[in-house]
Design a protein around this ligand. Sequence first.
Ligand SMILES: *[C@@H]1O[C@H](CO)[C@@H](O)[C@H](O)[C@H]1NC(C)=O
Ligand SMILES: *[C@@H]1O[C@H](CO)[C@@H](O)[C@H](O)[C@H]1NC(C)=O
Ligand SMILES: *[C@@H]1O[C@H](CO)[C@@H](O)[C@H](O)[C@H]1NC(C)=O
Ligand SMILES: *[C@@H]1O[C@H](CO)[C@@H](O)[C@H](O)[C@H]1NC(C)=O
Ligand SMILES: *[C@@H]1O[C@H](CO)[C@@H](O)[C@H](O)[C@H]1NC(C)=O
Ligand SMILES: *[C@@H]1O[C@H](CO)[C@@H](O)[C@H](O)[C@H]1NC(C)=O
Ligand SMILES: *[C@@H]1O[C@H](CO)[C@@H](O)[C@H](O)[C@H]1NC(C)=O
Ligand SMILES: *[C@@H]1O[C@H](CO)[C@@H](O)[C@H](O)[C@H]1NC(C)=O
Ligand SMILES: *[C@@H]1O[C@H](CO)[C@@H](O)[C@H](O)[C@H]1NC(C)=O
Length: 519
Amino acid sequence: MAPNKFLFFIALLLSLEIHSIYGVTDAKDAAALQSLKDSWRNTPPSWAKSSDPCQDWEGVTCNNARVTALGLSTVSLEGILIGDIGGLTELTSLDFSFNKGLTGSLSPRLGDLQKLNVLILAGCSFTGNIPDELGNLADLSFLALNSNNFSGSIPPSLGKLSKLYWLDLADNQLTGSIPVSTSTTPGLDLLKNAKHFHFNKNQLSGSISAQLFSSDMELIHVLFDGNQLTGTIPDTLGSVQTLEVLNLAHNNFTGPIPDLSLMNSLNYVDLSNNSFDPSEAPIWFSTLPSLITLVMEFGSLEGRFPEKLFSCSQIQQVKLRNNTFNGTLSIGDSFSSQLQLVDLENNQITSATLSSSYTNTLILVGNPVCTALPNTSYCQPQQQSTKPYSTSLVQCGGKSCPADQKLSPQNCECAYPYEGTMYFRAPSFRDLSNVTLFHSLEMSLWVQLNLTPDSVYLQNLFFNTDDYLQVQLALFPSPRKNFNESEVERIGLELSNQTYKPPKEFGPYYFIASPYVFH
Ligand SMILES: *[C@@H]1O[C@H](CO)[C@@H](O)[C@H](O)[C@H]1NC(C)=O
Ligand SMILES: *[C@@H]1O[C@H](CO)[C@@H](O)[C@H](O)[C@H]1NC(C)=O
Ligand SMILES: *[C@@H]1O[C@H](CO)[C@@H](O)[C@H](O)[C@H]1NC(C)=O
Ligand SMILES: *[C@@H]1O[C@H](CO)[C@@H](O)[C@H](O)[C@H]1NC(C)=O
Ligand SMILES: *[C@@H]1O[C@H](CO)[C@@H](O)[C@H](O)[C@H]1NC(C)=O
Ligand SMILES: *[C@@H]1O[C@H](CO)[C@@H](O)[C@H](O)[C@H]1NC(C)=O
Ligand SMILES: *[C@@H]1O[C@H](CO)[C@@H](O)[C@H](O)[C@H]1NC(C)=O
Ligand SMILES: *[C@@H]1O[C@H](CO)[C@@H](O)[C@H](O)[C@H]1NC(C)=O
Ligand SMILES: *[C@@H]1O[C@H](CO)[C@@H](O)[C@H](O)[C@H]1NC(C)=O
């Protein structure tokens, strides 16, 4: 035998040997997964065919025979999450997102997963308290528990997660106040690496402690809208200079409007539906260099409207209906070229001086000026001027599909798309008919999710009651008619762990998948 052939033969033997010793899943991990499997319905078919998870189970990733990742997004899993999960001590990433059939409370043994980096349970139906033990996950950087049915309060122990940069607890039924540290307990003020505090759409109450915010934080998105928070907004919020999106709408904050004048990166702010002290427009309305969208509807703003606001270089949308601005509204010649919408419906404006070059939307319905001049364009009720965008299927010539399938815009074939709803929590635009913009959304989806060109179908676009832009999404497989389990798990993960990034105009988003039926 030639020496190189001989070496090859030895190498082959060695690799077979290694395979038989290490290829088999670690016995404890295999047993833990087996118990999880026994407690669930709809595990992937591959789980029934083999007893070696590391080799054969869809959604299980291993390293040296130990289970390091579980990715089971959107596979219609049903059942509860039993304590045996805590045995998978080498897990670094766990994604069970968008399995509406996952119920019950979370096992405290999740806190045993000491190496966990990413924990995503978004869009399931978990109930009960968020376990304190999650605070033991010292390596955790990404925690998404949004869109479940968690109740109880936010555990102060989450403040121990010093590596956390994404904390999404939105859209649950959490109560109590936002915890800050004391001499004996941790609190969320300790999360100095966090970029995202998404606590919107819960029932959080009490006031925000001044201690929650400090100038050494790196927050970019603070979303507290849709809670029952009260009291004065602490001055310390104004010291978080990294902030880009601030949404405190639909709470019951009182006291002065917060001073945001140092927030040089702030591009979206919504303070609607609170109970701030009546006041004139704060100076920062006209001085924030990055401001794109300013919203404060049903507010207590009064006095003359600060026309300087219109010349902020980035400003696109000003939404201030139901305040009590009075006197003359003036849009001079120096307004920003970006300005698209000025909505001052239901204020007390008595006259308007407008540059003839401002041709975008201005709404003054419900102001005294419209009693005097009812026929001016800004006094007309806004008719839905243009239809919202949806992906065109005209090239398919009205072809139809069986009820469980949809027409792919890519090739006009019927197929089983991966579907769900995207919620954009702070888009910087209002116009839903802008083809360029939505084409860029489609393209970003197929490019980043590694799908074939034009395989994205968008429809049913509208602003919902939370003022989030809702978009129904269908992603089509190609060349086959359906996605397999591993593709669905991958797409689900990339949408739930924010690997996918929309064009910047769309701002922060979350995604909830519909169940995917495998064929
Ligand atoms: C879970 O929350 C959703 C949305 O808030 C609600 O519609 C549903 O009834 C809740 N389910 C349970 C079991 O509480
Ligand atoms: C908000 O607070 C005000 C003043 O404290 C109170 O009158 C009002 O009822 C509260 N509104 C809500 C929706 O809780
Ligand atoms: C905002 O406040 C107005 C006036 O109180 C009320 O009609 C409207 O429903 C509120 N919107 C939300 C989302 O709370
Ligand atoms: C506008 O409102 C302010 C504050 O409520 C008031 O002091 C002022 O007199 C009003 N001006 C006019 C012209 O009505
Ligand atoms: C909004 O303003 C209009 C006109 O001033 C008023 O009739 C209406 O009650 C206000 N709506 C709310 C919910 O405050
Ligand atoms: C407004 O337009 C209507 C119909 O075009 C007309 O009858 C009415 O006289 C106009 N009113 C004023 C104040 O110009
Ligand atoms: C459509 O959106 C693009 C991208 O944001 C923007 O550049 C363009 O001006 C918009 N077009 C219209 C007609 O608003
Ligand atoms: C799923 O599809 C991908 C991409 O088409 C393919 O690489 C993979 O082998 C398939 N997995 C299974 C289990 O069929
Ligand atoms: C999200 O998942 C992808 C795998 O699809 C991975 O490459 C990426 O690192 C993950 N990102 C986070 C933040 O976990």
